[in-house]
Design a protein around this ligand. Structure first.
Ligand code: HEC
Ligand code: HEC
Length: 309
């Protein structure tokens, strides 16, 4: 019998450590990351203040940055310009049938604003904001949500412990994972349970397209619906492409588009529909608009190509 004494645990640990080294040697590749490499990825900021960088930024400094880099998607006052997320307002709507979840109405911690904006925004160029710029925009977003005055300056000190209105709306759910009482009364005979088309009458699954009427629809629509590529471009693609991301047909970077066009339409369609990582940035599938059909995206690409020639 092997008894676990202090010495035997120590021996086991030594064995495990040696084994780790042996494994690394066995695969023969990889190395420990340098501190710089870790620092580059280690950018999370937590509610308790851990992770905030040095620096600061005020509401007044944040306003022009926000107007330039964020407002064309999120609206001048965070009300959203179109279908992008709303960033301000919505107080007191959480119990409504259609709650408006914003930073102010929903988010429990201010650290998430700094962390998220720093990490992921602006959408076309994530991680392009400096620490001070991120502080300034965080201050401005708190201001848009009426949570600070216009002389507020965001920093590690002022954001740590900053109380957000809905913080108490989040709590540890202390119910047990399983209440472990099994109901064995009034059970239905499994044989009697039948799944039929009628089951969907509960309204959970839309079935209109499966009904007989739907069969006729294609014939009616067969008269080639015309897609307005220019209008769809404005709605779905201009936010990035008119800003000079990837050049754009509209702002006249014809040389760059000549190279793109030279790849042929099939490649452009494929990149626009499925997304791709280029050297200038990431092109999200359909520009993030999953609701567009492939045909619509192709029509937009045709428009982009035509208007850059
Ligand atoms: C091209 C449009 C675009 C621009 C410009 C942009 N965003 Fe966003 N933003 C988005 C999209 C799309 C999402 C949703 C992303 C997701 O859910 O994956 C988002 C999400 C957010 C959210 C989270 C909203 C929520 O409640 O979940 C914040 C905060 C935000 N953006 C802030 C900013 C800030 C600050 C800037 C400017 C520095 C900016 N955004 C620029 C498109 C944009
Ligand atoms: C969130 C920003 C963003 C949106 C929205 C967006 N694009 Fe792009 N797109 C890019 C970027 C960035 C590139 C350039 C990638 C590179 O080459 O580095 C690009 C490149 C392209 C290209 C060239 C592909 C190539 O092979 O060179 C096409 C075509 C394109 N986009 C079509 C569209 C269409 C159509 C839409 C709207 C449905 C759209 N984009 C919306 C960011 C965006």
């Amino acid at each position: 019998m092997f008894k676990l004494t202090k010495t035997s645990i120590a021996i086991a640990l030594v064995a495990a450590t040696t084994m780790g080294t042996a494994m690394a040697a066995k695969y023969g590749y990889g190395r420990a990351p340098t501190q710089d490499e870790i620092d580059m990825m280690d950018i999370d900021v937590r509610p308790d203040g851990e992770g905030y960088p040095e620096g600061s930024g005020s509401v007044l400094e944040g306003e022009p940055l926000y107007i330039q880099q964020c407002a064309y998607c999120h609206g001048e006052f965070g009300e959203s310009a179109g279908r992008w997320p709303v960033l301000a307002g919505g107080e007191g709507t959480l119990a409504d049938e259609r709650p408006e979840k914003t930073i102010g109405s929903y988010w429990p911690y201010a650290s998430t604003i700094f962390d998220y904006v720093h990490r992921a925004m602006p959408f076309p160029a994530p991680q392009s904001l400096s620490d001070d710029e991120t502080y300034a925009i965080t201050a401005y977003l708190l201001y848009l949500n009426d949570l600070v005055d216009e002389d507020f300056v965001a920093s590690k000190e002022t954001l740590t412990g900053f109380k957000m209105p809905n913080e108490d709306g989040f709590f540890m759910d202390d119910r047990p994972d399983s209440p472990n009482t099994r109901c064995m009364e009034n059970c239905r005979d499994p044989e009697s349970i039948e799944i039929t088309w009628d089951s969907t009458e509960l309204g959970v699954t839309p079935i209109d397209h499966l009904t007989d009427d739907a069969d006729e629809a294609p014939t009616e629509a067969a008269a080639e619906p015309s897609i307005d590529g220019a209008a769809l471009y404005k709605q779905a693609c201009a936010a990035c492409h008119d800003m000079g991301v990837a050049g754009a047909p509209a702002n006249g970077d014809a040389a760059q588009w000549a190279d793109r066009i030279a790849q042929g339409s099939e490649v452009l369609y494929d990149h626009a529909i499925n997304g791709y990582q280029g050297s200038a940035g990431y092109m999200p599938p359909k520009g993030g608009r999953a609701d567009l059909s492939d045909e619509e995206v192709q029509a937009i690409v045709d428009y982009m190509v035509e208007s850059s020639q």
